[in-house]
Design a protein around this ligand. Structure first.
Ligand code: F6R
Length: 590
């Protein structure tokens, strides 16, 4: 949520670098944008509402070797130019870009106003440069003034600051991500690696409660509280630039759906020793809890079925945002499994904090290596899906489910069987996602694009996939979609079915097949237009989207055509599937 970018170094096109870097962070927010360049002893700020992708970096070619920039997902204050970052103090000497929320900004603002500071925006962020200005009355050390200001903040933040009187870029982090890119000719500091990946693959991670000060030649990390220097390792990242780009595809969402030809196999390629150790940890735990948010939560729900059916093991799922009240069940011997693509989701981090306060261990299943969740967990399994840039999560979900299914098989002492199943499934997905198949899914989207309501049913592990299908369709196409356990419809929601209402039935060749087909028949009897996603055709289907028979991995396969359907519904309805309204990727606020 909100992307921030900074550069200081020998290059003199820092403004243009900021524009290009922010374009790679646009998935984090796209309400408005802004750049501050320090040049000839002044800070030049340019900002506007709208998307950074429409900005030409050639307009920012004036000589400047220190710049910061921001792409916004509005929290405090509407989408206006005044509320866009960077924010400056009164004499425009200090500029700041910020991601996160300062919970006590109203008190700080009141104090500052009493001291004569004037504010132009409705944001929490604007207090930061004003407060730094106050501390600069006591010191001429800019970094020290930033550190003092941080002591006054409550909440979660990552921010970058610059000052006309200093050639340094100063950044601080508490709760929101910040990563340093070590370039040949300077340092980058950004919310995420794609912002500077074109320039360097060497990174250093800031931890919570740390700050960094760099003049482009040197960099110093220190503890925000004590000011003590912290030594950091340089880590080389493994993602390639190609993986992070759209390539031949019109949108990231379609590219990432197609990436599933390979990403499921990459997720399965885990260190077996580690999987055994984790399965052992689950076996011995006094209570295993699974949490995630949104799509990742649906992977957790599916895993409840995987563990039950394959390993006969009970695990407890809760959406991360609902985990707070579970703390009574947590013991030092309990295990919390957290699932997250970004590794930065605030509600998941909060659940981890609760578990740790009870002494429980945390296993993380994440995509982004080096993310906060990765670094704060006791054990991590990376799903290796590669960068996921579209707001709608697709390949991360199937990677998460693959890893969870493999763990379930390991718990049942059937690791090799699980691995074989998943690798076979991966190759079936590869065959399935051919151009003709994708065109066929598009033709179904064409037929139902005008419909305003859509229902999806599933049973067993296809039930969480019905819920996930609804999320995908809602968030990118804005069609009202709802997912249900097939058996639940007749307890109420069936009243919503009218002649021609599209109803998707997610079916597998499993012990609940007859039940879900009966549920589809019930819908058809009320006028439902049944779209079956199933390995086999059935007379109840008005449309049939064939999927390979994948046994216990059926949920992984069944969700893929729905992702494609959601994508095509969005495109046909004239929506941008990569940047849906009101949303942003990486939800770092609670
Ligand atoms: C929906 C979607 C979100 C995320 C959720 C958790 O397509 O992407 O529901 O799944 O915000 O994000 P992560 O997985 O990064 O923790």
């Amino acid at each position: 949520m909100c992307g921030i970018f900074g550069y200081v170094g020998k290059r003199n096109d820092a403004g243009a670098l900021a524009v290009e870097g922010l374009k790679n962070l646009e998935y984090r927010g796209y309400d408005s944008w802004g750049i501050a360049c320090k040049t000839d002893g002044v800070v030049l700020i340019e900002k506007s509402t709208g998307k950074i992708s429409t900005v030409d970096s050639n307009d920012f070619r004036e000589s400047c070797s220190l710049a910061i920039g921001h792409t916004r997902w509005a929290t405090h204050g509407g989408v206006t130019e005044f509320n866009a970052h960077p924010h400056a103090n009164g004499d425009q000497k200090i500029a700041v870009v910020h991601n996160g929320i300062l919970e006590n900004y109203q008190e700080l603002k009141k104090d500052l106003m009493e001291k004569g500071h004037e504010f132009l925006s409705e944001t929490d962020t604007e207090v930061i440069p004003h407060l730094i200005e106050e501390y600069l009355k006591q010191t001429d050390d800019f970094a020290y003034a930033v550190r003092m200001a941080c002591k006054d903040f409550d909440g979660r933040y990552a921010f970058l600051a610059l000052h006309t009187e200093s050639n340094t870029l100063v950044a601080a982090r508490r709760g929101s991500p910040l990563i340093v890119g070590v370039g040949d000719d300077g340092y980058f500091v950004a919310s995420d690696i794609p912002a500077f990946m074109e320039h360097t693959k060497l990174v250093q991670y800031l931890d919570d409660g740390e700050m960094v000060v760099t003049n482009g030649d040197n960099i110093i990390f220190s503890d925000l509280e004590t000011g003590d220097e912290v030594v950091k390792r340089e880590i080389e990242i493994t993602w390639s630039i190609e993986q992070a780009q759209k390539g031949e595809f019109e949108h990231y969402m379609l590219k990432e759906i197609m990436d599933q030809k390979e990403s499921v196999a990459r997720a399965v390629n885990q260190n077996e020793e580690q999987i055994y150790t984790l399965a052992e940890a689950i076996r011995n735990a006094k209570g295993t809890f699974l949490v995630g948010c949104g799509t990742a939560a649906k992977a957790c729900m599916a895993a409840e079925y995987f563990f039950s059916v394959i390993a006969e093991k009970h695990v407890n799922f809760a959406p991360a945002s609902e985990f707070k009240l579970y703390h009574h069940f947590l013991l030092p011997e309990s295990l919390l499994i957290v699932v997250s693509q970004s590794g930065e989701t605030a509600d998941v981090l909060e659940a981890m904090k609760i578990a740790k306060s009870k002494g429980s261990k945390v296993l993380a299943i994440v995509n982004v290596e080096g993310s906060t969740i990765d670094r704060e967990a006791d054990y991590t399994l990376l799903i290796n899906a590669g960068p996921e840039r579209a707001v709608a999560s697709t390949k991360a979900l199937t990677g998460q489910m693959a890893v969870l299914l493999l763990i379930a098989y390991t718990l049942a002492d059937k690791t090799q069987e699980g691995k074989r199943l998943l690798l076979e499934t991966s190759s079936k997905i590869n065959d399935m996602l051919n151009p003709r198949y994708v065109e066929f899914v598009e033709s179904i989207a064409e037929k139902i694009q005008e419909k305003s309501d859509l229902f999806i049913i599933g049973k067993s592990w296809n039930y969480p996939m019905a819920l996930e299908s609804a999320i995908k369709i809602q968030e990118v196409s804005y069609v009202h979609a709802e997912g249900f356990a097939g058996g639940e419809l007749k307890h109420g929601p069936i009243a919503l079915i009218e002649e021609g209402t599209p109803c998707i039935a997610l079916v597998g060749n499993d012990e609940v097949k007859a039940d879900i087909i009966s549920n589809a028949i019930e819908l058809k009897a009320r006028g439902g237009h049944i779209i079956g996603i199933s390995p086999e055709n059935n007379e109840v289907f008005d449309e049939w989207i064939k999927v390979p028979d994948a046994g216990a991995a059926q949920a992984i396969v069944n969700i893929i055509p729905v992702q494609a359907l959601a994508y095509f519904l969005a495109v046909k309805r004239g929506k941008d599937p990569d940047m849906p309204r009101n949303l942003a990727k990486s939800v770092t606020v609670k």
